[in-house]
Design a protein around this ligand. Structure first.
Ligand SMILES: Nc1ncnc2c1ncn2[C@@H]1O[C@H](COP(=O)(O)OP(=O)(O)OP(=O)(O)O)[C@@H](O)[C@H]1O
Ligand SMILES: [Mg+2]
Length: 396
C-alpha cells in the first residue's frame, strides 16, 4: 500500500497528500492526525499575513479554521528539518499523545512538500509575554488571583511533564511567550517537545532560545547540561516575572534593578520582597502569598541543581501544602553579567551566536553529574561539552 492511499484515509485529511521523498509507510503512525497542505492553506486563507499571529524561533504561526470549524494555531517550521519524515512523526506521535489541561494540545501535523507544519489548539488570549511585556498597555488585567492561578497551573503542567509522562519530558524553553492563555485566562504551556524536532548537530548543541538569556539555567547555557532542574530554573524566572509584572531583563532600568534575579535577591536580603510585586496591582494582593511565591522563585533559580526543588515540590509549596525552606538559599548566579560582557555593543533583539568556552561553570560536580544522568532520553540531553553555541534574542 502506498503512503498516498494511507494518507487519504487518515482522519483529519480531507484531500490527497503527497509526502516528499521515497514512499514512506505511514501505517505505523495510526495515532497522528495528518493534515494536507491544501487543508492548511484553506484554513489560513493561503497563509495570509492577516492571519499571522506570531513568529518565533521555529517559524511563523497562523490562526486558522479547520474543516470542522475548529480554530487552530498553525505553526510553519522554518528551520530545515534534519529529520526524515519517519523520525519527525515519531516525535509528533509522542507529543500529540500527551494531554493535560495545562498543556497546549497538538492536534496533528503536515509533512507534505518538505514542509513541517504543526497544528495546535488555538488559545484566545495570546501569550503571557504579550500581557506582561505590554508595559501596562495590554488590554488584559491580571489580578493577583489570576496570577496565582497561572503560576500554580503552569507548575502543575510542568510537574506532569516531569513526573507523570513516561519517559519524562524536559521542556527546555519555559518562558513567558510559551505560556498561552485561553479565553478564561487559564494557562497552557506550549512548545513542549519542540526542541527535539530540530536536532542539534553532533559536535555542538545548538539551543534555539527566543526570549532572553535570563531564562537559561547556568549549567544549560554554559555546558548544555539539560535536566528537569533546568526547567525548574526557567520556571523560577517566570514565577518572578508573573509576580513582579516585569521582564527578567530590562536594560532601561538602573544597573541594580536591571536583572530580576538580582533585584529579587537584594530585596529578599533586605526583607522587602513585597516591593517586588507589580505596582499595577495597586496593593490588591495577598502579601504573605506573594512573598512566598517570590521565595519559591528564588529557590528555583539557585545555581546548584541540588538546591533547586523538583516541580512536584514547587507545586506543593505554591499551594501552601509544604513550607518554603530558605535555609540553604544563596544569591542566584551571575550568568547575565557573563553573557553581557560577550554582548557588548550588540543591538537589541538581534539574533547572534555566542561561543562560551572554559569557564568555571564548565566544571561539573559529581552530584550534578548524578542529576544529569536522570535526564530524559526525550530531552536530547547529551551531558557536558567543551564548547557550545547558543542563539539568543536579547530583550523582549
Ligand atoms: N496555540 C496558540 N494559540 C494562540 N496563539 C499562539 C499559539 N501558539 C503560538 N501563538 C502565538 O504565536 C506567537 C509565536 O509563537 P512561537 O511559539 O512561534 O514563538 P515564541 O513562543 O515567541 O518563541 P519560540 O519559538 O521560542 O517558542 C506566540 O507568542 C503567540 O502569540
Ligand atoms: Mg513558543
Amino acid at each position: 500500500m502506498s503512503c498516498f492511499s494511507l494518507l487519504c484515509g487518515r482522519k483529519g485529511s480531507s484531500s490527497a497528500a503527497q509526502p516528499t521523498g521515497a514512499d514512506i509507510d505511514l501505517s505505523s503512525f495510526k495515532n497522528i492526525n495528518l493534515y494536507t497542505y491544501k487543508e492548511l492553506q484553506i484554513a489560513t486563507e493561503n497563509f495570509s499575513p492577516a492571519n499571522k499571529i506570531g513568529e518565533g524561533g521555529f517559524g511563523s504561526v497562523y490562526k486558522g479554521k479547520l474543516g470542522d470549524g475548529t480554530l487552530a494555531a498553525i505553526k510553519v517550521l522554518s528551520a530545515e528539518s534534519k529529520q526524515g519524515v519517519k523520525e519527525f512523526l515519531t516525535e509528533i506521535e509522542v507529543i500529540s499523545s500527551i494531554e493535560h489541561e495545562n498543556l497546549v494540545k497538538l492536534y496533528g501535523c503536515c509533512v507534505e512538500r518538505n514542509q513541517r507544519i504543526l497544528v495546535y489548539g488555538y488559545l484566545e488570549n495570546n501569550s503571557l509575554a504579550q500581557t506582561l511585556g505590554g508595559g501596562g498597555h495590554s488590554s488584559l488585567y491580571l489580578s493577583w488571583h489570576t496570577r496565582r492561578n497561572i503560576c500554580i497551573c503552569v507548575a502543575r503542567g510542568l510537574e506532569f511533564l516531569h513526573h507523570e509522562v513516561e519517559p519524562h519530558i524536559i521542556h527546555r524553553d519555559i518562558k513567558a511567550s510559551n505560556i498561552l492563555l485561553d479565553k478564561d485566562l487559564q494557562p497552557k504551556i506550549s512548545d513542549f517537545g519542540l526542541a527535539r524536532l530540530i536536532p542539534a548537530n553532533i559536535t555542538h548543541i545548538s539551543t534555539l532560545v527566543a526570549g532572553t538569556a535570563g531564562y537559561l539555567a547556568p549549567e544549560y547555557a554554559i555546558r548544555s547540561q539539560v535536566t528537569r532542574k533546568s526547567d525548574v530554573y526557567s520556571f523560577g524566572v517566570l514565577l518572578l516575572e508573573i509576580v513582579s509584572g516585569r521582564c527578567n531583563t530590562n536594560r532601561r532600568l538602573p544597573a541594580k534593578e536591571r536583572y530580576l534575579h538580582t533585584r529579587a535577591w537584594d530585596l529578599y536580603e533586605r526583607g522587602e520582597l513585597e516591593s517586588l510585586v507589580d505596582s499595577s496591582l495597586a496593593g490588591d494582593f495577598d502579601v504573605e502569598e506573594a512573598i512566598r511565591f517570590c521565595k519559591i522563585g528564588l529557590i528555583c533559580i539557585q545555581d546548584s541543581l541540588q538546591l533547586r526543588p523538583s516541580m512536584s515540590a514547587v507545586h506543593d509549596m505554591l499551594i501552601g501544602k509544604t513550607d518554603v525552606n530558605e535555609k540553604m538559599m544563596s544569591k542566584p548566579g551571575l550568568l547575565f553579567e557573563f553573557v553581557e560582557t560577550k554582548d557588548q555593543g550588540k543591538q537589541k533583539g538581534k539574533v547572534e551566536e555566542i561561543e562560551v568556552e572554559n569557564t568555571s561553570l564548565m566544571a561539573m560536580t559529581s552530584s550534578e553529574r548524578k542529576d544529569d544522568l536522570e535526564s530524559s532520553s526525550f530531552s536530547g540531553s547529551t551531558g557536558s561539552y567543551a564548547t557550545m553555541t547558543f542563539t539568543s534574542i536579547y530583550d523582549r
